[in-house]
Ligand binder design. Structure first.
Ligand SMILES: [Zn+2]
Length: 134
């Protein structure tokens, strides 16, 4: 594997990246009304509660949207790469990389599943790869 820029971490998103290191995709859940939210933030947008816990995602989802950045050239990525907005089956969406997919084969709505890639510099990132639909 290669190197990858470490994600920027805040007090709000620490739990998410700690989960990723353990091979878990955690979604923040309001402890008052149960609404899920991502990206992590302190307050529930529905009921304004500050109390929250987490739900472990199945890791399954679909591609909601995707782009192939071309310019400017970004270090760490030598070849074409796909940035996907993934809608998890729990309902929240997150930005990630779509891997093991030829650019011309990427489709909105394609079924994907999370995979945790560890890079040479110790960075662990969740990426999404195609999955067979049941
Ligand atoms: Zn709430």
């Amino acid at each position: 594997m290669s190197m990858r820029l470490a994600p920027s971490m805040t007090a709000d998103s620490q739990f998410f990246w700690d989960g990723v290191k353990q091979g878990q995709l955690l979604i923040q859940r309001c402890a008052a009304c149960g609404a899920l939210r991502h990206p992590p933030r302190p307050m529930c947008p529905h009921c304004h509660s500050l109390a929250w816990d987490t739900l472990e995602s199945s890791g399954r989802g679909t591609v909601y949207s995707f782009v192939m950045p071309r310019h400017p050239q970004f270090p760490f990525f030598e070849d074409d790469y796909i940035v996907g907005l993934i809608e998890l089956e729990e309902g929240t969406r997150l930005v990630s990389n779509l891997v093991d997919v030829a650019p011309e084969e990427a489709r909105v709505g394609m079924a994907v599943v999370v995979r945790f890639d560890e890079f040479d510099d110790g960075v662990v990132l969740p990426v999404f790869t195609p999955r067979m639909q049941p």
